[in-house]
Design a protein around this ligand. Structure first.
Ligand SMILES: CC(C)(COP(=O)(O)OP(=O)(O)OC[C@H]1O[C@@H](n2cnc3c(N)ncnc32)[C@H](O)[C@@H]1OP(=O)(O)O)[C@@H](O)C(=O)NCCC(=O)NCCS
Length: 212
């Protein structure tokens, strides 16, 4: 209890996170290679309750899966939640955002340019990992998004997460920047590539695509 309160106070005073931001242009799509397990994908668009219920039940073991603000922004902005199913049972998922996305690291809703989608979470249950499920599902998602007029897909990954970095790089995601977010006594600020101040994520898009 004391530890939790201390952590909360510490976070209120100073908080910092750093992620690598990756982009994939959707013009070239690698061929999907079937994973080692028989899976199917169910895309939830209007009603994401099947996955949000699952996230709630797995929250105790994997606390980062279920974030209330993230789900609210997903519902309000019609995000696409892809359930990964094995024998009709959920074994993983991919959360795909567009327009406005609550980014947990920043505790903030970020506006994305049109035709740009953002994978803000991907998860495969531990016993199903290493069977090429995530790479296969991401390629299918890229096809799905391209058919719906999207041109770019982004993701952000913390530097320690080698499994995730390898998964995304393998299918052609390219590193574009590292973005550090810090908050000191409630004042947020961003640094790009270690030293360059960045006003906001929206300013990052503007510099990148010449639009916001
Ligand atoms: C990241 C994650 C989704 C990958 O799922 P997966 O189905 O196991 O990935 P794949 O089997 O498709 O692997 C894709 C590539 O990454 C490699 N890879 C996967 N896990 C790895 C690991 N722990 N270490 C090194 N390489 C790894 C695979 O070997 C494969 O490359 P290969 O084709 O050369 O063999 C899964 O590890 C996971 O759910 N992690 C916890 C949640 C998480 O960190 N999500 C990412 C948030 S940004």
């Amino acid at each position: 209890m004391f530890k939790r309160v201390f952590k909360k106070i510490k976070n209120l005073i100073f908080r910092t996170t750093c992620s690598i931001w990756f982009e994939k242009t959707l013009h070239e799509i690698p061929n999907p290679v079937a994973p080692d397990v028989d899976i199917s994908i169910e895309y939830l668009m209007e009603d994401i309750s099947r996955l949000s219920d699952w996230l709630k039940t797995h929250h105790a073991v994997f606390p980062w899966l279920y974030v209330r603000k993230e789900l609210e922004s997903a519902q309000a902005n019609k995000h696409i939640y892809a359930c990964i199913l094995h024998q009709d049972v959920i074994i993983g998922y991919v959360k795909i955002g567009m327009n406005n996305v609550y980014v947990h690291d920043f505790d903030k809703v970020v506006h994305f340019p049109s035709k740009v989608a953002f994978v803000y979470d991907i998860f495969v249950l531990p016993e199903y990992r290493g069977k090429h499920i995530a790479s296969y599902v991401l390629i299918k998602i890229i096809q799905f998004l391209k058919e719906r007029g999207f041109e770019k897909l982004w993701c952000h990954i913390e530097g320690w997460n080698h499994a995730s970095i390898k998964t995304f790089q393998k299918i052609g995601f390219k590193e574009k920047a590292s973005i550090r977010f810090s908050r000191l006594f409630g004042f947020p600020f961003f640094l790009q590539n270690s030293y360059k101040p960045l006003k906001s994520l929206e300013a990052f898009w503007e510099a990148h695509y010449g639009m916001s």
